[in-house]
Design a protein around this ligand. Structure first.
Ligand SMILES: *[C@@H]1O[C@H](CO)[C@@H](O)[C@H](O)[C@H]1NC(C)=O
Ligand SMILES: *[C@@H]1O[C@H](CO)[C@@H](O)[C@H](O)[C@H]1NC(C)=O
Ligand SMILES: *[C@@H]1O[C@H](CO)[C@@H](O)[C@H](O)[C@H]1NC(C)=O
Ligand SMILES: *[C@@H]1O[C@H](CO)[C@@H](O)[C@H](O)[C@H]1NC(C)=O
Ligand SMILES: *[C@@H]1O[C@H](CO)[C@@H](O)[C@H](O)[C@H]1NC(C)=O
Ligand SMILES: *[C@@H]1O[C@H](CO)[C@@H](O)[C@H](O)[C@H]1NC(C)=O
Ligand SMILES: *[C@@H]1O[C@H](CO)[C@@H](O)[C@H](O)[C@H]1NC(C)=O
Ligand SMILES: *[C@@H]1O[C@H](CO)[C@@H](O)[C@H](O)[C@H]1NC(C)=O
Ligand SMILES: *[C@@H]1O[C@H](CO)[C@@H](O)[C@H](O)[C@H]1NC(C)=O
Ligand SMILES: *[C@@H]1O[C@H](CO)[C@@H](O)[C@H](O)[C@H]1NC(C)=O
Ligand SMILES: *[C@@H]1O[C@H](CO)[C@@H](O)[C@H](O)[C@H]1NC(C)=O
Ligand SMILES: *[C@@H]1O[C@H](CO)[C@@H](O)[C@H](O)[C@H]1NC(C)=O
Length: 827
């Protein structure tokens, strides 16, 4: 094993020196430490036998006059502090191990700031061991130890139980009896609560959390056969000369770190709250957290506020003009893409159902309400902030709209730009002013010159459009999606590396934005449309807010590049669950989830067809376009895109709508107008697949070589409901009423005549059982002939060329149309 003789001798040396120093690590009764030993000019300290850990006074950086705390450190990294955050003392303080066995910290006026409470318990000795534990014992039993009384850090070998807590400022970390890890602000507000994997079905008795040497945070309990892994360091498994620790940082985040040898430098390897802005109170009262290019930053909601402490933006903001004593009128200022964090225990008491308008006006009327947040995901949820502490978060990825009560007129924050940055950089005020004027003059000159040139020579050229597009977008400023530069998206997708899939309109890649939120970036292909049209469609898509629609976060339109940035759905699309390979039973959905997905999809489509400002026909409903979020909620994706393909001013031509076989309504083939009823047809097919777990166009011996959807109706006629239902679902989990309703609704939806099909709103009511469902007539197969096991489909994908007539609702050419009239160029 040991190849190197030097190693052996080194080991012997280490063991010998260990033996020789072991007694020197013992701290005797009556000894004490001081920040500075005036005689020897050295900071006195107590070391562990191998000198890796030491206990002594450490200076608080940049304090004047110098202040200290007493800490156990590893190469300068504090891992325990006497008295925690409140153990801060001046240079005439003492840390004493009294003869009665008590360890205590006193400041120069002899006030006891901390003590171990071990007087007269027979304590005879204190030791600091090589794992960093300071223990007071009576010779045989440990009476008190720093491992049992942690401050903000846990080391490998240390057990963290439910009776312990880590503290840092107003933040605390606890382990609950049920084994949940919790982070709280001000002992109450619970902003992080992570439970065990649900598959661990056990009632814990005395859970204990520990950090292993290889960087895994694990929970053990006598009722568990082996410890459960709770979190992994990004460098887990490495042991070489690594010092690891878990710390509740002063910013309220719990992190695992590793540090190489005695470098004193530590690197973050895991964080509990991935998005720092979700840590309650991080930016102080009324502060708003957001991200700049380097990380999270604190600021104020608008210029109606100012920083509490200009030297520390984390201290929060205050109104320049008080609302309790307002001489002018009170108003609610609207803040797009902003939310006020609401966690337990506020969560239930502050929740109301009111649309965005109600969320604003009700808070204005209520004298106790100081701000409100409309979640804007289609649920109508609104949170009122009535407490005197509120914590804000602004980001393009936040869909919510918030309102904050102010006195007098609104004074919004300036947009972040080079010009304003120059103006606001205080230390160089004079130079900034000169630069600003120079920049302004140049800008004005350039604008005048360019404007003149354009008016003179390019009035009718398409370039003129792109300028007006910029202005047109301003009209949509409320809830406007964020514009990303191509290089932003290139770097957030790591150069379009991780492909999530590809659909009719382009390829989708995974990306990570600055606030670490994960997004899906769709690189559109075959878009030959102008900048203006593109922006208009983007504005239409992003004006949709519904729980069952995938949210558009932003877009990029630069040169040839057209990209859309959506929220990321970890669970992928419905097809992966419905048609999963047999071995993949983990992804099988139970009936309850299936029914919720069917209902959610129907609600999302109802919103697109009937409820949103500019109505949208989807044109490509299929399981691949229904995504599932963490809770298996259905989210319809890819809507509004068919209009982006090659439009021509008022008469836009759709050259390549790629419907997918089996889901296309007969009117696509029969050269009839495409309406929202075409989506109803596709939905019906998807609904049948949700019930059956089989593709509607599947043909097999079991179905008598008929298309599954045709065969299913025959079985329905014969009363064989269960032969239609997915065999992988057990009979006792089925809600027969729901199953029957779903099957009948699907047959109504796939009627050949569009007029026979119900509207999506009616579909929702029928599924919910609010409306009676009549027996559906036979959905006549429109376009397929079955020949001895071979189904002749019209086409795998229909290449259609269609002209979209502009709808009467929309004054401009921008908004969507209900009716498409097309002529087929090729089948
Ligand atoms: C200060 O240092 C001197 C010399 O090393 C030592 O004799 C003395 O005990 C120290 N005093 C304290 C208070 O530690
Ligand atoms: C203590 O050390 C500092 C530098 O480390 C030196 O400037 C100072 O004069 C020393 N004081 C005494 C009393 O030796
Ligand atoms: C000692 O601590 C007490 C309590 O924190 C404080 O009131 C007192 O001012 C401190 N004395 C000195 C000299 O720092
Ligand atoms: C130390 O304390 C333990 C428990 O209180 C006791 O059982 C033991 O006898 C004590 N040992 C000595 C040496 O006092
Ligand atoms: C932590 O717990 C384990 C078993 O759960 C035990 O073996 C170990 O001694 C404990 N460590 C400390 C420092 O209490
Ligand atoms: C966290 O644990 C400590 C120690 O048991 C306890 O005093 C405190 O109340 C706990 N905090 C919460 C919020 O449960
Ligand atoms: C424990 O955490 C899970 C989330 O991981 C949560 O669903 C559950 O309600 C929590 N349990 C308690 C008792 O807070
Ligand atoms: C839960 O545990 C199972 C089996 O141990 C594992 O396959 C699954 O990935 C775990 N889930 C999470 C969220 O850790
Ligand atoms: C946990 O406790 C509850 C009620 O105390 C009991 O119903 C359940 O069966 C227990 N679960 C296990 C796995 O012991
Ligand atoms: C610690 O980190 C700093 C800054 O990153 C670096 O300059 C220094 O060399 C590092 N020290 C060691 C010992 O790695
Ligand atoms: C982001 O904000 C931090 C803190 O205010 C600042 O130090 C940093 O320079 C900012 N980065 C950019 C790119 O503006
Ligand atoms: C901010 O810092 C400057 C210089 O460091 C100081 O003069 C000023 O008093 C500080 N302001 C506040 C509010 O602490």
């Amino acid at each position: 094993m040991v190849k190197n003789p030097c190693f052996v001798s080194l080991s012997i040396f280490i063991i010998l020196s260990f033996l020789s120093t072991i007694s020197s690590a013992d701290i005797e009764l009556g000894s004490f430490l001081q920040p500075n030993n005036q005689t020897s000019n050295q900071t006195s300290k107590w070391d562990s036998p191998d000198n890796s850990f030491s206990l002594g006074f450490i200076p608080i950086p940049s304090s004047s006059p110098p202040l200290y705390s007493v800490a156990i450190t590893f190469s300068g990294i504090p891992i325990w502090k006497a008295g925690g955050d409140s153990g801060i003392v001046d240079s005439n303080s003492r840390f004493e191990f009294l003869r009665n066995g008590n360890l205590r910290l006193i400041n120069s006026s002899s006030t006891v700031l901390w003590d171990s409470n071990t007087a007269n318990l027979g304590v005879t000795i204190a030791t600091l061991d090589n794992s960093g534990n300071l223990a007071l014992s009576n010779g045989s039993t440990v009476v008190w130890s720093s491992f049992d009384n942690p401050t903000d850090t846990i080391l490998p070998g240390q057990n963290f139980t439910t009776s312990k807590t880590l503290n840092s400022g107003l933040y605390s970390f606890n382990l609950t009896k049920a084994g949940n890890l919790t982070l709280r602000w001000n002992t109450e507000t619970l902003y992080w609560n992570q439970g065990l994997n649900l598959s661990i079905n056990s009632n814990l008795t005395s859970p204990s959390l520990s950090l292993s040497n290889i960087g895994i945070l694990q929970l053990s309990d006598i009722t568990l056969q082996s410890s459960v892994r709770v979190a992994y360091s990004s460098d887990f498994g490495e042991t070489d000369n690594l010092f690891r620790f878990l710390r509740l940082d002063s910013d309220g985040n719990l992190r695992m770190y590793s540090s190489v040898g005695g470098s004193g430098n530590s690197t973050e390897r895991w964080a509990a709250v991935v998005d720092q802005c979700l840590v309650y109170g991080w930016c102080g009262n009324m502060g708003v957290c957001s991200y700049n290019d380097t990380g999270p930053v604190c600021g104020c909601a608008s210029r109606n506020f100012e920083l509490e402490d200009p030297n520390d933006s984390r201290k929060g903001c205050k109104r320049k003009s008080d609302i309790t004593n307002c001489s002018s009128s009170l108003t609610m200022m609207e803040l797009d893409n902003t939310m006020y964090l609401t966690y337990q225990p506020e969560l239930s008491s502050q929740l109301f159902y009111a649309g965005t308008a109600g969320c604003k006006s009700n808070c204005l009327k209520d004298t106790t309400c100081i701000a409100s947040t409309a979640v804007a995901d289609g649920t109508g949820v609104c949170y009122y902030k009535t407490t005197d502490f509120v914590s804000g978060y602004h980001s393009p990825t936040v869909p919510s709209i918030s309102y904050v009560k102010i006195c007098g007129s609104e004074d919004p924050n300036p947009p972040p730009s080079a010009l304003t940055a120059a103006l606001s950089s205080k230390p160089f005020q004079f130079r900034g002013w000169v630069v600003a004027v120079a920049v302004l003059v140049t800008l004005v000159a350039v604008v005048l010159l360019e404007g003149g040139l354009w008016i003179w020579c390019c009035r009718n050229s398409p370039k003129f459009n792109s300028l007006s597009a910029q202005y047109a977008l301003l009209e949509y400023a409320s809830g406007a999606p964020v514009q990303f530069s191509f290089s932003d998206l290139h770097s957030s997708t790591k150069g379009f590396k991780e492909k999530l899939g590809s659909g009719g309109f382009g390829t989708v890649y995974k990306g990570i934005l600055a606030n670490r939120s994960v997004v899906a970036v769709k690189q559109l292909e075959g878009i030959e449309q102008g900048e203006k049209q593109f922006r208009m469609e983007v504005a239409t898509i992003s004006s949709t807010h519904h729980l069952n629609l995938v949210r558009l976060v932003g877009f990029c339109s630069e040169g040839r590049h057209r990209l859309l940035v959506y929220e990321f759905m970890k669970n992928g699309s419905l097809d992966g669950f419905l048609f999963a390979a047999d071995g993949n039973s983990g992804k099988l959905l139970n009936w309850e989830s299936r029914f919720n997905i069917a209902l959610g999809t129907a609600k999302g489509l109802t919103y697109l067809h009937e409820e949103c400002r500019d109505c949208i026909v989807h044109c490509d409903i299929k399981p691949e376009n229904i995504l599932l979020d963490d809770n298996h909620n259905a989210k319809v994706s890819d809507f509004g895109l068919s209009k982006l393909i090659n439009p021509k001013d008022h008469r836009r031509t759709l050259t390549s709508v790629r419907g997918t076989r089996g889901y296309l309504a007969p009117e696509w083939v029969a050269n009839l107008p495409i309406t929202s009823k075409s989506d109803v047809y596709s939905y019906g097919m998807v609904l049948l697949e949700i019930v059956s777990g089989r593709r509607n166009f599947d043909v097999s011996e079991e179905t008598g070589w008929k298309k599954f959807s045709i065969w299913a109706y025959d079985e329905f006629e014969k009363g064989n409901i269960f032969s239609i239902v997915d065999k992988r679902l057990t009979e006792n989990e089925l809600d027969i009423d729901q199953v029957l309703r779903a099957i009948q609704v699907s047959f109504w939806c796939i009627q050949e005549q569009p007029s026979q099909r119900p509207k999506m709103g009616k579909v929702v009511q029928m599924l919910e059982g609010i409306t009676e469902i009549e027996r559906p007539p036979i959905p006549k197969a429109a376009s397929e002939v079955s020949v001895g096991g071979m189904t002749m489909n019209v086409s795998d994908s229909i290449i259609a060329s269609s002209t979209i007539a502009t709808s009467a609702r929309a004054p401009s050419s921008t908004s969507s149309s209900h009716r498409f009239s097309r002529d087929l160029t090729s089948i």
